[in-house]
Design a protein around this ligand. Structure first.
Ligand SMILES: [Zn+2]
Length: 325
């Protein structure tokens, strides 16, 4: 952080020369209001001054706190910000995980053209520089990236407005006779994702329920990050939601996990949890929503069948992560 005090270096020196007893307290109070960083610097200077190190203090002052005109000084008005409102919260509420479905080079080109973007792109095998793995930041978190498209979660739509988007380099899937074959995520990529996500979640106080995959918020269009994405592993590191196994067992209540349940009731619970379910959806679309939920929370079977285990899992999630917080 740069040290920007409103007083010129000479004014501060003069103040120092006049003695702390006369002007010191006022200077410190003014500086504290301007910058904690400068305040601490001044306190240090005061101590040095008292021990006779006037020259050192002067050098510190001239090198560290030069007369940099603050942004506020250039404004034709002054902003009073002593009183801060309580009725405010973070604009960012969601963290959305994607895979690129193409290699890093092509993904970087796609995500930096004028059509789509994401805040971060993590290579499958992140290069290491000075002992640290490297992720690409393509959009500052303060700006909206174009990664989610038409989307919905917990009644909100257009999640680009309120989310951070992370793209993982991953080929996605290839089609086989028996269906889609997905590709796994290397541990180094997931480790970097976990570290980055933990910071984002903490920065914006993102709820576990609001850490989602693209397929969760756009189930009719998207499959990413797919059934091999390690949601359970990440939940153990404090990232996202995961149902407690014992509670799922309790909610299964002796039913066969594959026993059919009422599809409308299951969809109502999925909608309550966050999934974008509408009355107009046809059976194929309803199946895709259930499959998206299963890819996230029961990746062993994501055919989209409305079964008792899915019902037990969503019931558990609703208990563990109640709405309204
Ligand atoms: Zn995506």
């Amino acid at each position: 952080m740069r040290c920007e005090i409103n007083l010129s270096a000479w004014a501060i020196l003069k103040t120092l020369a006049d003695g702390w007893r006369v002007n010191g307290r006022k200077l410190i109070r003014n500086t504290y209001a301007t910058s904690t960083h400068c305040f601490l610097r001044l306190l240090l200077m005061k101590a040095i001054w008292r021990t006779g190190g006037a020259m050192i203090a002067a050098i510190m002052l001239l090198t560290g706190c030069q007369n940099t005109p603050s942004a506020e000084q250039n404004l034709p008005y002054r902003l009073e910000s002593q009183r801060q409102a309580q009725g405010a919260d973070q604009r960012v509420r969601f963290l959305v995980i994607h895979y690129t479905a193409e290699d890093f080079h092509n993904a970087l080109n796609t995500l930096t053209d004028e059509h789509v973007s994401a805040h971060y792109l993590i290579p499958a095998r992140p290069p290491v520089e000075n002992g640290k793995p490297v992720a690409w930041q393509l959009v500052p978190e303060s700006l909206r990236a174009w990664h989610a498209g038409a989307s919905g979660w917990r009644g909100r739509t257009n999640l680009n407005d309120t989310s951070i988007g992370i793209e993982l380099e991953n080929k996605g899937y290839s089609r086989h006779l028996l269906g889609k074959h997905f590709y796994p995520f290397p541990p180094a990529q997931i480790d970097l994702l976990a570290d980055l996500s933990q910071q984002i979640i903490q920065r914006y106080q993102i709820e576990p329920r609001n850490v989602v995959g693209h397929s969760d918020i756009a189930p009719l269009r998207k499959d990413d990050p797919g059934p091999l994405f390690p949601w359970h592993e990440l939940a153990k590191r404090g990232i996202g939601a995961w149902p407690d196994a014992q509670r799922v067992w309790d909610n299964l209540a002796g039913r066969d996990p594959h026993q059919a349940v009422d599809k409308a009731e299951l969809l109502a619970k999925l909608q309550q949890y966050g999934y974008p379910v509408t009355q107009e959806m046809n059976p194929a679309q309803q199946r895709r929503v259930i499959a998206a939920f299963q890819m996230h929370f029961r990746p062993a079977d994501y055919r989209g069948e409305a079964d008792a285990e899915s019902d037990a899992i969503i019931s558990t999630l609703l208990e563990q992560y109640p709405a309204g917080n």
